[in-house]
Design a protein around this ligand. Structure first.
Ligand code: SIN
Length: 512
């Protein structure tokens, strides 16, 4: 199919669109395309099926990617039992062995990276280059945790009793329930699965119903990598709330790791209280991005574009409020808009040269529209974009910059999770810190300054779990990823990532 699309701002683009089924049939490794569930080393059928749609081609010809099997609590019960049985032997395997299977999986992901990226583009909509970046990022968690696996630390602590020695050992917590979102269909699984497996835990994974295909492809690769049966179980389902509750209340599941919204995180936490489960929660943010008067403005413009518009604004660490000092506001806004105008190409992710894709579905689009309309009704000005792009598809929206935004607007208070950048003027450090921290959540934050004293002061004062100083790109396997306040708790990735999947056992040994 070849479409020619005329966009506002007078650029015309020829646009080639392959139906999803054609992309699937072009995979170099067709075995990566799975629509069944993976339980105890076997591919099983569910009780019904649900459609997975390409957000770029939603409601158009070729938009349906697959009918995927949907699994209910009975299947999950089987998977939890399989993971629990597998744990009996997997927990005692050596770190070196687990390191090897993780490294196998890392290599397999890289060998299949083009196909995995195509699956991500189809189900998530992000451009192919971003999807390739996600595959590399996702695989890097297996590499990272393969390096951690043989080094999980234990301690000997001095006892206050002369005849005793105290040993503290870290043991795998048991079966882990992994609940993941659609915005990183591969990386949000690998960040959790890599850590869990590195210490000897087994897993039951429920991927987002929008993006189950990457998860199933990973299950297939885990089999090739030599993971024992029952260590990785992946069951797509369109009954997210029922399955979430089942996992949180199941006595054999010892830990839940969830990435998603703060609202859902709170529900899962309540449900988990019945079994006092260990939890890791990586929840919503409202990231401040501050440009001080001593910043390198060009560098800050690049950082703001990277941070705000990564995945069309659909990451938990995207800048949500861009605060710019009044003395450089005009310069920043002019450069920000000029850079966007000269670099952005919105469209279908498999088309050459596309920089930004659609939002995931109509609910996301509604929020984007609500934030723009609320802000403009209260005096914000549209400096760039501002409109939907129905000629490309129902889920496409222009990257948008709003000027003269104030703190009473919805966009200052809530995470947009979409491609809208609000610019807010400030005049002093005290004022901007107060505005930046005036939110219930605290995942990521960013600021640009060349003054070392200010850098330390602001880094210490901002209430967030992660921070980019003079950079808008913070994500990598080595970063302790997680938030404060209502952005959740627990740290994923980094040397701390294994902690959440282990419990400490203290052993007092009398040696006299
Ligand atoms: C997220 O959006 O939850 C994760 C983003 C990242 O890992 O960079």
């Amino acid at each position: 199919m070849l479409r020619t699309i005329t966009l506002k701002r007078s650029f015309v683009r020829s646009y080639s669109i392959e139906p999803s089924s054609k992309v699937i049939s072009s995979l170099k490794n067709p075995d990566l395309f799975k629509t069944k569930g993976y339980v105890n080393g076997a591919w099983i059928s569910g009780s019904s099926q649900f459609e997975v749609n390409n957000p770029a081609l939603y409601n158009s010809e070729g938009g349906k990617i697959a009918e995927v099997d949907s699994f209910d609590v009975e299947h999950y019960e089987t998977a939890v039992n399989a993971a629990s049985d597998a744990f009996k032997s997997f927990k005692s395997t050596t770190g070196r062995y687990r390191s090897e299977i993780l490294l196998n999986l890392y290599r397999l992901m890289l060998e299949n990276k083009e196909d995995l990226a195509k699956l991500i583009v189809l189900e998530n909509g992000k451009p192919y280059n971003d999807a390739l970046g996600e595959v590399t990022y996702a695989a890097s968690f297996f590499q990272w945790f393969s390096e951690e696996a043989p080094r999980v630390p234990s301690d000997i602590i001095q006892s206050s009793n002369q005849g005793n020695r105290i040993l503290s050992i870290r043991q795998p917590i048991g079966v882990c329930g992994i609940l993941t979102p659609w915005n990183f269909p591969a990386a949000m699984i690998t960040r959790k699965l890599g850590a869990a497996v590195s210490v000897g835990c087994t897993t039951v994974i429920k991927p987002a119903s929008e993006t189950p295909l990457s998860a199933l492809a990973l299950a297939h690769l885990s089999e090739l990598a030599g993971f024992p049966k029952g260590v990785v179980n992946v069951l797509p389902s369109h009954n997210s709330s029922i399955i979430g509750k089942f996992m949180c209340e199941h006595p054999k599941i010892k830990k839940i790791s969830f990435t998603g919204s703060t609202n859902v995180g709170k529900i899962l936490m309540t449900q988990s209280s019945s079994t006092l489960k260990k939890l890791s929660m990586e929840l919503g943010g409202n990231a401040p991005f501050i440009v001080f008067d001593d910043a390198d403005v060009d560098k800050a413009v690049d950082g703001a574009i990277t941070s705000k518009f990564r995945s069309s604004g659909q990451t938990c660490v995207c800048a949500n409020r861009i605060f710019v000092h009044e003395s450089i506001y005009d310069e920043f806004q002019a450069k920000f808009v000029a850079k966007l105008a000269s670099t952005v190409k919105i469209g279908y992710g498999l088309t050459e040269g596309i920089t930004h894709g659609p939002v995931i579905h109509s609910k996301s689009m509604q929020k984007v529209r609500q934030h723009i309309e609320d802000a403009t009704s209260k005096g914000a000005k549209i400096l760039f974009g501002g409109s939907k792009l129905p000629d490309i598809g129902e889920n496409f929206h222009e990257l948008t910059v709003l000027g003269d935004v104030t703190t009473d607007m919805l966009i200052s208070k809530e995470e947009t999770f979409g491609p809208v950048a609000p610019l807010i003027k400030f005049s002093s450090d005290e004022e901007v810190l107060q505005m930046a921290n005036d939110t219930d959540v605290g995942l990521a934050g960013y600021f640009y300054s060349s003054n070392v004293a200010r850098i330390f002061r602001v880094a210490e004062e901002l209430e967030v779990g992660m921070m980019g100083v003079n950079t808008g790109a913070i994500s990598e396997a080595a970063l302790p990823f997680g938030g404060v306040k209502e952005s959740g708790f627990g740290r994923e990735g980094s040397k701390y990532g294994v902690e959440d999947y282990t419990v400490i056992k203290g052993i007092v040994m009398n040696v006299q």
